[in-house]
Structure formats: structure tokens, C-alpha cells
Design a protein around this ligand. Sequence first.
Ligand SMILES: [Zn+2]
Length: 163
Amino acid sequence: MIAEFSAALSSAKAVADIIAAGKGVIDQAKLASAVMDLNSKLLDTQGAAMRIQNESATLQARVHELERAANERSAWTAEAAQYTQTQISSGLFAYVPNDAPAGSAYMGLPKYCCACFEAGGKALLQQEHVTEGRMLALVCPNKHPRLVFRYAVNRPRPVHRRW
Ligand SMILES: [Zn+2]
């Protein structure tokens, strides 16, 4: 843009020099050539300005997109902080609310799929009875592998030590 603008200024100066040097008698061919050169340089400058305007619009759109993504990420971080990945049966994990009362059974709490949670979303696990072996299963609505178990453990009660 700066190069195009400088070239246009040089051409304008050349036109002005031709007019000033003529002192009433102007070489029309030289003047026409200088004016055409000036027009060409002005078009180059206009093109460069339009390219800069387009690049600016693209960059502004990208900034808005990144701001939106950052806001979403921030909202999810605040939401996710209200849950903890917890072992609800032997070797079986899910996200459960932090504010569930201590000692309550995990069976009665909403439980969320770890894979979905770590991908940035909550998917409520639904319980199913497995007909063989009297087992239970937690099923993710997003088709992650179901979690099969015999029984859920209780939330640990806070430890009160006596010294
Ligand atoms: Zn899932």
C-alpha cells in the first residue's frame, strides 16, 4: 500500500512538473502520458487499499470467532468446576456433582460420561439392567462404551479425626 501510494505521488509530481515547466506552452503528448501514468498508479493504490480492507475484515471476523470460542471455553470451565470425576464402582468412573451430600449412594445422583465431559460437554448416563449376571450398565447417549458394574459405592463421608 505504501509503495503504491508513493508511486502515485511521484506520478502526480511529474504531472505538476510538466505543467510548471511549460509556462503556458504545455507539451500535450508528455502531459497525456504523465496523466495516464498517474491514473494507473491511482488504480494500483485503490487496489491495494481494497486488499487491505478485505484482509482487515477477515482478521476482524477471526477475532470475533476467537472471542466467542474463548467465552464458550470460559463458561464450560466454570460449569465443569461443579463436577468431579469419581469412582462410582470398582474401576468405573463418571463425573458427579460436587454438591451431592456425603454418604449418599452414587446410584441416586446424576452421572455424566467422562469421554463426553472431557470433550467439553455433559452427557447424562442412563442406567440399564443387564439381563445376564444381574449387572447394571450406564449408557452414554453419545454411544460411548457402556459402563457395566454390579453395584455402586457410596460417596465417602468426611473423615473426622480425633486426636
Ligand atoms: Zn459419552
